[in-house]
Structures are given as C-alpha cells and as structure tokens.
Design a protein around this ligand. Structure first.
Ligand code: GLN
Ligand code: ZN
Length: 773
C-alpha cells in the first residue's frame, strides 16, 4: 500500500504576512469587506497549490482563518454570547471581529443611525494560549442552557472552493470534546454532557454536508487526548464518535492528536469508531509501538514524524529506520508533521541573509512538506530513489552534530563545574532582608515600576532609522540617552523610590538578549501567528550559549549616574528566554536553560560589580512552560527554578534580587515560586482585586511582593483611592512590610500622558498607605 503525505494545517498569515496587512487595512476602514475576502481567498489558493506542488497528497481545507480556528468553530455552532447582539442566522463579519477584538461606537453601517442590531461597545472574548504553544485562541463561552445551531458554512465553503480549483482537500474541524473542554461558562456547573448532546447534531450536520459535497475524509482534531482526562471525558469522547459513526456512516474521520502522547488515553482513543488516527511521534516517539500493537489492522495510522513545532531539519535516515518495518508490515500509513504547520515559520528560502551553515540545519513549513515527500518516496520506491536528498539531510545532521558553531567546549566545561551551592544565596531571606534594608534605606511601601516606559512612535522610528542606517550609531545612542535621562529625572521628580532606565534600547525583552548572546540566530521573515494579525518572530537558539560581553551594564551605569536613588538592573530570565525561542532539539531543554542561566548570572554579577544594589530578573514566561500533563510539572519546575536561582545567586546577600511575572495564576505553582527565593516578586493582580495574594498568604510566602495596583493593558488612569483600596486588600493578606507598590507590568505599550497620571496617583496611593500603617 502506497504511503502518502498529509499536512494537518498550513500557516495562514502568508509568506509576507499578507493576511496581517489585509486585516489591518480592513479594520482601519481603508479597504472593503470584498477586498479582505479576496485577499484571504488568494492566500488559501496559493497555500493549496503550494502544498500540492511540494508533494502533499492530503491537503487540508478549513485550516485557514480570518482570526482564529476556535472562534471559527464558535461561529460554526452559533456559540455567540448574547452581549454581541447576534440574532441568529449566519454569523457576519462584524460579529466575528467584535468577538475577536471588541467593538466600539460605530452603528451597524448597513442600517444607518439608530441601528439596534449590534451592541456597539463590547469587549473582545477572552483569549488564552492554545495548549503549550504561543498561539492564542478565543475562549468559547457557554451560557446556561446554551443552544447550538449551524451558523457558519465556512468548512463546507472552503472545501468547495478548493475543489473548484481542482484540489481535493481533507477539511479540518476541531473536535467537539476538545472544543467544549476549551470553553468556559459562567453557569455554576457547566454540564458538559448536556452541552455535548446539544452540540453533536450541529457537528453531524456539518459532517453530512461535507460528505454530500464529496469529502471522503475529515480531519477532526482532538488534541485534548494528550491531556490528563477524566473518566467522564472518556465517556464524552465515546458518545461523540459513536454519534458520528451513526449519523454519517460513510465519512472517514482522521482523529488527530498532537502536542504529546496519548498515554493513558490510548485505549480510549483506539476504541473510538473512526477510520484513522494521527499521533505525534516527535513529542512522544515511544507511542509508536503500543499504537501499532493495539490499533485495529484497518485503522489508518497518520504518523507525525516531522516536527511541526520547531525549525530543525529532520534526520531522515533515522526516521526511515523506524518507519520501514512499519511500512513492510503492510500497515496503511500516512506521513505527516507532528501537528499543524501553523506553528512553523513558512519558508526558509526567504532567509537569504541567514548564515549558510545555520541555514542548512533548518526547515520551515515548506521544507517540512518536502521532507515528508522524500520520506514517502523512500518508503514507496526505496531509499535509492531519493539517495541525493537523503545524503544531503545526513550531511546536515552530521554537521549539526559536530559543528564548532554549536558545540563550545568552554560552555560544557563551565557547566561541569556548576555546584549546588552556586544556585543558593549565602544567607536565608531574613538575614538578606536586614542587609538589604541597610543598603537601600527605602520607605515602607516602596514604589517602583516593572521596567519599560512608553515605546513611543519616536522611539520606534529612531530604532527603524538606525536599523536602516539612516541614523548613525552615535546619533541613535544620543537619542536613547536623552530618552533615558528624561525618564530617570521624571521618575525622581514624581517621587518613585526605585528607578528604572526605561528599556528604550530594547526591541523585545528576549530578542535584545538573544542578539547579544552566542548561540542565537534571528530570521527576517520567520513569523509565526500569535493571535489574529499578531505574529512573533522567535529567536532560534541553535548552539551552546555564552555571553561574550556585558549586555546591559553600560545602560545601567549611565542611568544610575543620573540619580542617587537605586536604579534597578533589568534582565530577562533564562526560563523566559528559553520559552519564547525556538530551542535546539539535540540537547534537553533543561540543559539549554542552564547555559542561559550561566550567561544571565554573569550579567547579574557584572551589574553588581558596577554598583547595582537591585537587579530584576523577569520570568514572564515561567508558567507557560508548564508541561501539558500534571505528572511532568514537578520535573519542569525543578529545573526551571534551579535555573533562575543559578542566574540569581552569584551576588552578595545585600544585593536585592527582584523577579517579575505577568500573570495571575499562582495557586498551583506557589511552592515553586517560593523556591525561587527572590527577595521581591512583582506580579499581576489589579484585575483579580488582590485575590491571588491568598495563595501567597496561605503558603506563608516569606519574601516581599509587589502586587500590581493597576492594569497596564488599558489607558485608563486609576484613581488614588482605588489603588489605596487595593493596598488595603493586600494588607489584609500580607504583612505591610512585605508590600511594594508597582503597576501590573511594564509600560511599553502605554502612552506618556496616561503613564504620568497613573504613576503620580500610584505614588500618592503609596503615601496614603504609609500614613495608614
Ligand atoms: N521588564 C519588562 C518590561 O517592563 C517586563 C515585561 C514583561 O514582563 N512582559 O517591559
Ligand atoms: Zn509583565
């Protein structure tokens, strides 16, 4: 039986982020609905044709989205919260984008003034991360007694659209159990079985229409199968797929799982009456044998052998060594990426400026499909048929194993000398606190900010001009010094206690460090969708990491020279740099993180040597690195915390180490947060009204905490009394001498006027708290 190649989804943003441009033009009102839809259709057509030309046999449709595939699913089943004023019928573009981005002000254009069709001032639906990726989806929201009805025919339309272009596709749907699991409800007990029973007829209707339109297969994504599931969830899966088998008996379903192994869900997954199963063999290679042993002979197995989540070229011979026996055994198999290619940059061929050697180790979405085509040919016709391609892949793998660009013996030697003591401060917190209080002489409720100040148009323009060579190094430097000086003096003037330099010289909190560390490269077009039109270009950590020279000391020194108040040194922590980069797959993540930790440690020590009394090490992304399975949390947290401590513990006890985390879920990781042993942690709390401090109180968190007293995500200026009230709430949970006063996060996305007003009020709130104490 011939082995075929499938892709489970292709990046939709376009090789030059065409979708971003089209969306932003439409949102700005400078292009029409028809223009937006035409741009989208063109991107789809090109993606289909391209995948076909690259050798994919099974090409997805409905993997495209104007914003988000989970939002598309909500539109498909008509799960539109009432606040969007939707009155049934096909979900229109205004409603769709109102859910995606919120809507303000404008009346429904078609009806003119006085239109009551749309709620005109509505917030966007909540957004959160898609499993352990950096892709964000819009959280479905279910009302009590939620009903569902087919409200978008997008899946069918796009199938037919491809067909009209001569391309037979396999439509993609998010499975009903995953969809429900991702959703939330304000009703006290969200009754999932009732919701599922209401949902299944709509899914069956879509599947039926797809079958009627000619689809032989549908890819139905149930990545929830790699999570810890309850017995009830297993029952929901069984009910759903039994329903589909009855309702659309002729249609073949490729039950698609990714981002991990099926583990203890394997039997439940294999028991479902579907024609095919896709498994992720990159994250969970060990599941191949049990799946082969247990899967019914007629189940088509889709083997995710090429990494859809990372950028490395695969070792094709090694994959073939594993696949050949499977193919020989007469199993019907499909080769695929581990997951949708949505999470890969699109095309390495665009990276003409990238170092040639590093480039030879990489594969983006386009190259990954080529790899799959080579593998399939090798299985179908023998390795000889693709000897040249296999030799090239082997040569790349060999050079990656041995290149001195990657392997730096000095880094290995240094790691070998790391002792346990290096990840420990000398004294315990109580003693450190005494020494630091003496060194710093801060008032009660000390005030500070998280680091960045507004990245204004002027700052961005100057950076761009410098990048293009229109500003010389000296001119740009002068500009940054002026911005920094103005910001330092202003902080001093309004009475902040611990100052920051403002981070004007930084493009991004990870990239800035990556660009100065050995072991990283950066792409020009390696964009990956984060949400909607937003894309990120993660740094590529390809080799052993070291810090050739100080990265932030000069800016710190300049800023401190302008004031007598303590100037915080400001760094991004090793775990966050790791979690926001594409990371090498030839060594364990923990080891790559330890290398980063040593590099950051060097910087912390240099800052102290230069005179810094406080150094902040941001770990904004520590929590999001948590594995999908609870059973793996402990191991992750152990090395993540150890890496932070390794970075932080090179200094004397009188040097105060701050950390910052911008999220508001600590209950389940509070012990790890405690184990980080920072002297001060600032966290996001304004929107939760200090509630999350309960976790710190219960745990008897000993050190100091800066619970954010205002939300920096909105331009709204908080009143003094509001922040005083939040500080009172904080004092009910923690001792007053534990508390710092700061915003929730950095201020880079804000404008100056609201920043000034908010911080003046914040200082007044701290003064009021001192007076009350
Ligand atoms: N120091 C960074 C800033 O202020 C922290 C940003 C973050 O935590 N996301 O911008
Ligand atoms: Zn933050």
């Amino acid at each position: 039986m011939a082995v075929s190649v499938a892709t489970l989804g292709f990046p939709r943003i376009g090789p030059r982020r065409e979708l971003k441009a089209a969306l932003e033009r439409y949102w700005a009102g400078t292009s029409s609905r028809a223009e937006l839809l035409a741009a989208a259709a063109e991107l789809r057509a090109k993606a289909w044709a391209r995948q076909k030309a690259l050798g994919a046999d099974i090409i997805p449709s409905n993997d495209f989205s104007l914003y988000d595939q989970v939002l598309d699913t909500s539109a498909m089943v008509g799960a539109i919260p009432s606040l969007y004023g939707w009155i049934g019928g096909p979900v229109d573009l205004d409603t769709y984008f109102a859910m995606a981005r919120g809507a303000q002000g404008e009346a429904h254009a078609a009806c003119g003034a006085g239109c009551m069709h749309k709620a005109t001032n509505v917030p966007a639906a909540e957004m959160t991360k898609w499993f352990d990726t950096n892709y964000h989806y819009l959280v479905p929201e279910f009302a009590p007694g939620q009903a569902f009805a087919l409200s978008s025919t997008k899946a069918i339309d796009e199938y037919l659209e491809a067909k009209a272009q001569g391309i037979e596709t396999r439509p993609v749907l998010i499975g009903p159990v995953t969809y429900l699991k991702l959703g939330k409800s304000h009703a006290e007990d969200l009754h999932r079985q009732a919701l599922l029973r209401a949902l299944l007829p709509v899914y069956a209707e879509v599947l039926g229409k797809l079958a009627a339109a000619g689809a032989a297969w549908v890819q139905i994504d149930e990545p929830c199968l790699v999570l810890d599931l309850t017995a009830e969830e297993h029952r929901l899966l069984a009910e759903a797929y039994a329903y589909f088998a009855r309702a659309v008996p002729g249609l073949k379903l490729m039950l698609t799982t990714y981002f991990g192994g099926l583990g203890d869900n394997l039997d439940a997954a294999l028991a479902l009456p579907v024609a095919g199963l896709h498994i992720d063999l990159v994250r969970a290679p060990e599941q191949l044998e049990p799946v082969l042993a247990k899967a019914p002979r007629d189940r088509v197995l889709s083997l995710g052998v090429i990494d859809g989540r990372n950028v490395w070229r695969a070792d094709l011979d090694a994959i073939l060594d594993r696949l050949e026996p499977v193919a020989r055994a007469g199993r019907s198999i499909v080769l695929a990426p581990s997951c949708s290619l949505l999470h890969s940059p699109i095309d390495l061929a665009q990276e003409t400026a990238l170092d040639a050697e590093v480039r030879s180790w990489l594969a983006f979405a386009v190259q990954k499909i080529e790899e799959l085509a080579i593998l399939a040919r090798a299985l179908n016709e023998g390795r000889g048929a693709v000897a040249e391609a296999l030799a090239a892949a082997a040569a790349a793998a060999r050079s990656r194993r041995t290149s001195p660009r990657i392997h730096d013996p000095a880094v290995g030697a240094r790691l070998a000398q790391v002792t346990e003591a290096m990840a420990r401060r000398n004294a315990g917190f109580a003693e450190r606190r005494r020494l630091q209080a003496e060194a710093l002489r801060l008032p009660a409720f000390p005030t500070t900010t998280i680091g960045s100040f507004p990245q204004t148009e002027a700052v961005r323009k100057a950076r761009a001009a410098h990048g293009k060579g229109a500003l010389t190094d000296a001119q740009y430097e002068e500009f940054l010094r002026e911005e920094t000086a103005r910001t330092v003096r202003w902080q001093e003037r309004i009475g902040l206690d611990v100052l920051v330099h403002g981070e004007f010289e930084r493009n991004d909190m990870v990239q800035y460090f990556g660009e100065q560390l050995a072991g990283f490269v950066f792409t020009k077009h390696g964009w990956v969708q984060s949400y909607g039109s937003r894309c990120v270009r993660p740094p590529i950590l390809f080799g052993d990491v070291s810090r050739p020279q100080p990265m932030t000391v000069a800016w710190w020194r300049y800023a401190q020279s302008l004031t007598d108040r303590p100037m915080k040194g400001m760094l991004t922590g090793p775990v966050t740099i790791l979690n926001w980069s594409f990371v090498r797959d030839d060594i364990p993540r923990a080891l790559a993180c330890r290398q980063l930790a040593l590099a950051i440690r060097d910087e912390v020590v240099d800052l102290e040597q230069a005179g810094a009394r406080i150094v902040q090490i941001d770990e904004a992304a520590l929590r999001e690195g948590l594995p999908l399975r609870r059973g793996e949390w402990e191991a992750y947290l152990r090395w993540a915390v150890e890496c932070f401590r390794l970075a932080a513990s090179g200094v004397a006890d009188r040097t105060q180490i701050h950390t910052h985390m911008c999220y508001s879920e600590f209950n389940d990781i509070i012990q790890a947060i405690g184990a980080m042993d920072a002297d001060v942690i600032s966290i996001e709390t304004a929107r939760s009204k200090m509630e999350l401090l309960g976790a710190f109180a219960e745990y008897r968190y000993p050190a100091e905490i800066g619970p954010g007293v205002y939300d920096i995500h909105s331009p709204r200026v908080p009143a003094v009394e509001e922040m005083v009230e939040l500080l009172r709430a904080a004092r009910r949970r923690l001792a007053p001498e534990q508390l710092w006063v700061n915003p929730d996060c950095g201020l880079k996305t804000r404008k100056w006027p609201e920043t000034e007003a908010a911080l003046v009020n914040m200082v007044a709130a701290a003064q009021a708290a001192r007076a009350e104490a």
